[in-house]
Design a protein around this ligand. Structure first.
Ligand code: HEM
Ligand SMILES: *[C@@H]1O[C@H](CO)[C@@H](O)[C@H](O)[C@H]1NC(C)=O
Ligand SMILES: *[C@@H]1O[C@H](CO)[C@@H](O)[C@H](O)[C@H]1NC(C)=O
Ligand SMILES: *[C@@H]1O[C@H](CO)[C@@H](O)[C@H](O)[C@H]1NC(C)=O
Ligand SMILES: *[C@@H]1O[C@H](CO)[C@@H](O)[C@H](O)[C@H]1NC(C)=O
Length: 366
């Protein structure tokens, strides 16, 4: 591929993305507006998880057998209308799971009484489309089987549906998660990785949560979808200094025409913070192993992406996934299955929210 074609791709990508950013819904603003989605008396007692025991793919087979189909219909039509929904939902799911477990704590809206994770997440620019997809799925499910399906399960199933729909693997998702009774506004800053972390720090952070180096690399393959705002990688483009402090035109681990293209696309990012670039410049909307192929060519967008190809602990895995898409899909599927079970709540540790952005018992977290 020529340098010319690469910079054209960048320009097209930037145009598509700023149109999307302009059309983007704001995230929840205050959780208590609007009527509750369940009419009084319409609530059905959810089935408890036996002894707080293991989750099961069949969890709703009696209580709400069409759960997956309903979620799939809603999020698929959302994805068709807005093709970046998949990336948004997948990222929201990762953030939900990594911060206090897969318990929909990320969906709780802040209000005048209590701040929530969502507050800090605004700084991580989680996309409104993703929240909207979950809200719509919840509305549809509440009509069919009120008070039965947790928001945490909706997020887990919606992620799987969208990964598969965009071309990725279909992995098993067990169900029966309950929704959190709390949501911390400070946790995301501590629990989530930043684009400027070293591989060392990523390995430590994932390791502390029980994820292996292989799982870290496989899960990072999610960056085959979606985009990042310029501020997340501007350090690589402007005023770059190497480890010895020597100034460079850009991070030398980047492909030159890619770096120059991004410098042009992002030049006004401080004035317009909505400018963004696709994480996978080659096949941005397709869930495939191109992310890893890109890293081998210096086409990784975030510093944490490209460094997976520099660090001797992660490089062999990048090469393996770049060469063998089956190996990536297998490992990604297994890692997602594990991520989906991380810190899940059952029994009295959680509830089935009536609406995903608020606790059932009013605005104050318990
Ligand atoms: C390894 C450490 C990781 C770091 C440092 C990281 C960082 C980031 C950053 C900075 C963005 C751009 C956000 C923005 O500008 O709007 C992003 C986007 C994204 N991340 Fe990650 N991430 C990591 C791991 C993951 C994992 C494990 C997943 C899912 C399994 C994931 C899924 C995504 C997706 C799908 C997007 C695109 C979102 C969109 O287009 O709306 N990331 N990530
Ligand atoms: C940059 O990437 C493009 C597209 O893959 C390639 O044609 C070009 O040779 C690369 N340039 C350098 C300096 O690696
Ligand atoms: C979000 O970022 C702004 C500016 O960096 C900061 O002042 C604010 O405290 C952050 N909010 C949260 C909840 O982290
Ligand atoms: C990394 O990014 C975070 C969030 O943008 C910032 O607070 C921190 O200072 C940065 N760290 C380094 C080492 O640049
Ligand atoms: C690709 O990976 C799969 C799964 O690990 C393996 O079965 C297959 O033999 C690999 N293919 C090649 C060409 O190495």
């Amino acid at each position: 591929m020529s340098a010319m074609r690469l910079s054209l791709l960048l320009l097209v990508a930037a145009a598509a993305l700023s149109a999307r950013a302009a059309a983007q819904m704001p995230p929840f603003q205050g959780g208590q507006q609007g009527p509750p989605v369940v009419p009084a008396g319409g609530q059905v007692q959810p089935q408890p998880v036996a002894g707080g025991g293991p989750l099961s793919p069949e969890f709703y087979s009696q209580s709400c057998p069409r759960t997956e189909r309903i979620i799939a219909e809603v999020v698929q039509s959302k994805q068709m209308a807005n093709p970046t929904t998949a990336a948004g939902v997948l990222r929201v799911f990762f953030h939900d799971c990594f911060v206090s477990g897969c318990d929909a704590s990320v969906l709780i809206a802040s209000n005048q009484f209590a701040k929530s994770e969502h507050d800090a997440e605004i700084n991580h620019s989680l996309p409104g489309d993703a929240f909207d997809a979950v809200v719509r799925a919840k509305l549809a499910l509440e009509l069919e089987c009120p008070g039965v399906v947790s928001c945490a399960d909706i997020l887990a199933l919606a992620s799987r549906v969208l990964v598969t729909m965009t071309g990725g693997p279909r992995y098993p998702v067990s169900l029966g998660r309950r929704d959190s009774l709390s949501s911390s506004p400070t946790a995301p800053d501590v629990e989530l990785p930043h684009a400027n972390y070293t591989v060392d720090r990523l390995i430590q952070m994932f390791g502390a949560k029980g994820f292996t180096v292989q799982e870290l690399v496989a899960l990072s393959g999610a960056h085959t979808l979606g985009f990042s705002h310029c501020k997340e990688f501007a350090d690589r483009l402007y005023n770059f200094r190497d480890k010895g402090g020597k100034p460079e035109d850009f991070d030398p681990s980047m492909n030159q025409s890619y770096a120059k293209g991004l410098q042009a696309v992002c030049k006004d990012y401080l004035k317009d913070p909505t400018i963004a670039a696709f994480n996978d410049i080659m096949t941005p909307g397709k869930f495939d192993n191109m992310y890893f192929v890109n890293l081998e060519r210096g086409l990784g967008l975030l510093s944490t992406d490209e460094e997976l190809f520099t660090d001797p602990r992660t490089k062999p895995l990048v090469q393996r996934y770049a060469a063998n898409s089956t190996a990536f899909f297998d490992d990604f599927g297994r890692a997602m299955e594990k991520l989906s079970l991380f810190g899940v709540k059952t029994g009295a540790d959680g509830e089935i929210r009536r609406r995903c952005d608020a606790y059932n018992n009013g605005p104050m977290p318990k």
